[in-house]
Design a protein around this ligand. Structure first.
Ligand code: B1M
Length: 232
């Protein structure tokens, strides 16, 4: 332990620092993660690279050990908290692109599901790409989505689910939109680790988005297509 206490993050080279961040994320060390994120940014890393190579990659290790019963909920919560500390630093940097407004997205995690890291990441990347994002948080029943879409005059609905037990709720939301005759007013994008393209199609979403970067690309393409259709 004494050795670990002696580690001075700023003295590590990039590769060692990223490895140390993976370890610190695993141990839920929020302050160390925040310090390391600031160091990488100061060294000229893009916010996107810090996000994907240091934070998301580190969280994958946590996810694997959670799956394998090596880590438990309290440890994973600490890791998630550390990750959020790092993401909070990156958020304004990712949004700083000065890109023109592309459209508005309402995003939330579905009812019964409290996972929000992936959703937050998608929201950050979308903002960075010039979209306006209204994040309605976790555990959302269908009413929350419909109310937010209407209130915000949104173009895109984004839904996140991380559990096999909660992903079917996305269909409840889409079916309710169909019943109300408003489904085609919106681009519906869905994502989350247990989903796949087939599921996205089966529930009637416009697209399944594997990760935050794909979400941005998908949203851009679909908004452009919608504008073209309206112009035709
Ligand atoms: Co949970 N959990 N968890 N968990 N958790 C998983 C999802 C699990 C796969 C772990 C495992 O067993 N390997 C497993 C689900 C198994 C299953 O359903 N098949 C699981 C379980 C079982 C549970 C509990 C039931 C555990 C329990 O209580 N016994 C419980 C459920 C609580 C609930 O929701 N009701 C639970 C609780 C928790 C914590 C609270 C401890 C914590 C969440 C903290 C938080 O989010 N604030 C937690 C965490 C952290 C995880 C893992 C380890 C990591 C998830 C994460 O943040 N990944 C996860 C394991 C895993 O996924 N490998 C796990 C990092 C994030 C960047 O990736 O969320 O996939 P991800 O997001 C990606 C893409 O999926 C996509 O883009 C993102 C960025 O690239 N994406 C979207 C996501 N949402 C999108 C929306 C879009 C587009 C793209 O909209 C357009």
């Amino acid at each position: 332990m004494a050795d670990e206490d002696d580690i001075i993050l700023s003295e590590l080279d990039d590769e060692e620092l990223v490895q140390q961040m993976h370890d610190d994320l695993y141990d839920g060390l929020k302050e160390e993660i925040e310090e390391a994120v600031n160091i990488l940014i100061a060294r000229g890393w893009t916010p996107y690279d810090v996000l994907t190579k240091a934070l998301v990659a580190g969280m994958t290790v946590v996810g694997n050990d959670f799956r394998d019963g090596i880590l438990f909920v309290p440890e994973v919560l600490l890791a998630a908290n550390a990750m959020k500390g790092g993401m909070a630093i990156l958020k304004p940097l990712l949004a700083e692109t000065g890109a023109p407004r592309m459209g508005k997205m309402v995003i939330g995690t579905v009812k019964g599901d409290i996972h929000d890291i992936g959703k937050n990441l998608v929201a950050m990347m979308m903002e960075g790409a010039g979209f306006e994002v209204v994040d309605i948080g976790i555990n959302n029943p269908v009413e929350n989505y419909l109310e937010a879409l209407d209130r915000e005059g949104a173009d895109i609905l984004g839904m996140s689910a991380l559990l096999t037990t909660t992903m079917p709720y996305m269909k409840v939301v889409i079916d309710t939109m169909k019943e109300k005759g408003i489904r085609d007013n919106y681009i519906v994008l869905v994502g989350g680790a247990p989903l796949n393209e087939e599921f996205g199609k089966a529930i009637g979403a416009d697209a399944y988005c594997r990760d935050a970067a794909v979400t941005v690309e998908m949203a851009k393409a679909m908004v452009a297509r919608k504008h073209n259709q309206m112009g035709a």
